[in-house]
Ligand binder design. Sequence first.
Ligand code: FPP
Ligand code: MG
Length: 295
Amino acid sequence: MQRVEKELERLIAEIDYEEVSRLFKMLSGGKRLRAKLILKIAGEHKDAPLLGAVVELIHAASLLHDDVIDEAMTRRGVASVNATDGSKTAVMLGDILYSKAFTELVAFDRDVARTIAASVTALSKGEMMDVKMAENFNTDEALYLDMLYLKTATLIEAAAKASALLVGKDAQKHALYGRNLGLSFQIIDDILDITATEEALGKPAMNDFVEGKCTLPYIYLYEELNSSDKERLLAAHAKNISKEETTWIQEKMQEYKTVEKSFELAQKLSNEAQNTMSEDIELVMILDTMIKRSF
Ligand code: FPP
Ligand code: MG
């Protein structure tokens, strides 16, 4: 991973603007899941660390824009750029990181470049769907999973496929692995928003519902509730709700085991990913640590 960090440092230095270097240093790097995946699949290729850095820059850019869109004040436990330096700076920094990533991407083999580039259109589409869907209480599980696939899984799928292409491994198999890994990763993320503490998350707990996002545990809960409780849940949607309402939602989720039900789906998708890649122990282990993570 040090090779990826070195590439990131080099690319940021090439931008040659002190303000960008300062802001980039302030970002918490996060788990670097996408770059780790690329190194696991194509580590022996000389350009794998650069591809990892390109994908991490795209991911960082998307989160900068996402925090502006979601008006989020924290990211990975530190103040977001929109909180410290304002939304205009966050948008422009995102633009710089995103276009720098593409400047590097065009030098890659055509299929590799196309795979990553197309996934960015998909994730932007997913973000737009997410925002649109948060306007109302969404109860459609299939629609929710379509959006999750676009918003989170496509870049992970593309990272796995592009790195397989780089070293001549089976691209379709790796893409399927990446897709299922990405979906189950995001479902775990949605669960942690409900079950983890604010300090572990680095953002307020149960924030998704306040932002209007009806993640799987909420969709499953809605299906189970009687009509007056359905009303009560609907009334709490997309608002800064009281402690009493938060506790009520959590108790109902426990009663109907909606977090467990969501976890079962994440586990099922992870098992599918494992089955496609059973011979690659390192890729199987990524799934394991991801399912068991607590933040
Ligand atoms: C996080 O979702 C958001 C994403 C994974 C994708 C965001 C994509 C864009 C803003 C499109 C623009 C793309 C580029 C490259 C400039 P979340 O809000 O559910 O997760 P969070 O809790 O981590 O914020
Ligand atoms: Mg967000």
